[in-house]
Design a protein around this ligand. Structure first.
Ligand SMILES: [Zn+2]
Length: 93
């Protein structure tokens, strides 16, 4: 694959839509390619700057939301859509 193709996967990584098998391959490429690491850093900065909450999202944020839904605190929650997206959904994005 070329760096140009990996950059499409980097965009998927930043917006959280990358599938695990591609993520693993992308991480191997990022370990070897400074240019793509720089592109990833730029994409992450742009994501945060445009996010209504001005924060980055990572797997721990999704895990925390999942832990809440699995906890006793959510024992009476019977259905909801819980967005973990730094506010992008609220902006219609
Ligand atoms: Zn590259």
């Amino acid at each position: 694959m070329t760096c140009r193709q990996y950059r499409e996967w980097i965009e998927d990584l930043v917006d959280g839509t990358i599938v695990p098998i591609r993520r693993a391959e992308l991480e191997r490429h990022l370990a070897e390619c400074a240019e793509c690491r720089s592109f990833l850093a730029d994409m992450e900065t742009m994501f945060v700057e445009r996010a209504p909450l001005r924060r980055h999202i990572d797997a721990d944020d999704v895990a925390a939301a999942s832990a809440y839904l699995l906890s006793d605190d959510a024992k009476n929650v019977t259905g909801t859509t819980l967005y973990v997206d730094a506010g992008y959904h609220s902006m219609g994005m």
